[in-house]
Design a protein around this ligand. Structure first.
Ligand SMILES: CC(C)(COP(=O)(O)OP(=O)(O)OC[C@H]1O[C@@H](n2cnc3c(N)ncnc32)[C@H](O)[C@@H]1OP(=O)(O)O)[C@@H](O)C(=O)NCCC(=O)NCCS
Length: 211
């Protein structure tokens, strides 16, 4: 086989099987914004993460990405995408099939929250740090609800069915098992579900503009 052709094939196979989620630290001047202005700024940071994930995955995405009437990302051809933006961090991933990504700060929570996030039988699957577990379960379910396009209204039908070490959670939703992978960093937990792997996470600081 022609050596260039062989190289191109390797790159193409690599780009559709590996996942390259990118997480960006939101610059502090954007974290200080309020209301709609802040949401728009965070959403734009998440789209920068998306552009970076596309470059690493060697796929071309249009500059404007469409969403459906549920707010769910519309795939671009065979390329799916998902993003998340929280006050201090934003992340995104492109993938060769339905994908969901979510991020949360591991923090103290209201005593009523565990009942909303999972049932007793789900909590019995794991022990250890309760804050970490709560946000692990929460991000795992949100990632699945994003990958399915359902959004939070599907939360009551999502069940954690297996907790495998710190990095893998299996969620049952709509008669399907979804494997979710986690990353813990700087007091945050990220969750991703998508076909393909292994997952190569990238975490970067976006600098503030000079004064
Ligand atoms: C999807 C959802 C779980 C996101 O939760 P969140 O923790 O508040 O927000 P995150 O920052 O993690 O994610 C936001 C991103 O999720 C994506 N998103 C929104 N709705 C989505 C859906 N139904 N499925 C998949 N992804 C969705 C969007 O890309 C959004 O970012 P953007 O607005 O900048 O494009 C939640 O917003 C939700 O349930 N939305 C659906 C609301 C709905 O059903 N609306 C009906 C139409 S009126």
């Amino acid at each position: 086989m022609d050596s260039n052709l062989a190289l191109n094939r390797t790159m193409a196979e690599d780009s559709v099987t590996r996942l390259y989620p990118v997480i960006l630290k939101v610059p502090s001047h954007l974290q200080q914004l309020k209301g709609r202005e802040k949401v728009a700024a965070l959403s734009a940071v998440a789209r920068r993460a998306m552009a970076a994930s596309a470059i690493l995955s060697r796929v071309d995405l249009p500059s404007v990405l469409e969403k459906d009437n549920r707010g769910a990302p519309c795939p671009v051809g065979s390329i799916h995408w998902s993003l998340t933006h929280k006050s201090a961090w934003a992340g995104a991933v492109v993938a060769p099939g339905p994908a969901g990504i979510d991020l949360e700060t591991i923090r103290p929570f209201h005593p009523g929250l565990p009942k909303k996030v999972a049932m007793e039988e789900e909590w019995r699957l794991a022990d250890g740090d309760r804050n970490r577990l709560l946000f692990r379960y929460w991000t795992a379910k949100e990632a699945v609800l994003k990958a399915s396009g359902t959004g939070l209204r599907g939360l009551d039908h999502c069940r954690i069915v297996s907790v495998q070490g710190p990095g893998c959670t299996v969620v049952r939703f709509e008669k399907r098992s979804w494997t979710v992978y986690h990353l813990y960093f700087d007091g945050q937990v990220a969750a991703i579900t998508a076909p393909g792997g292994p997952i190569r996470w990238t975490i970067l600081d976006l600098p503030d503009p000079p004064p």
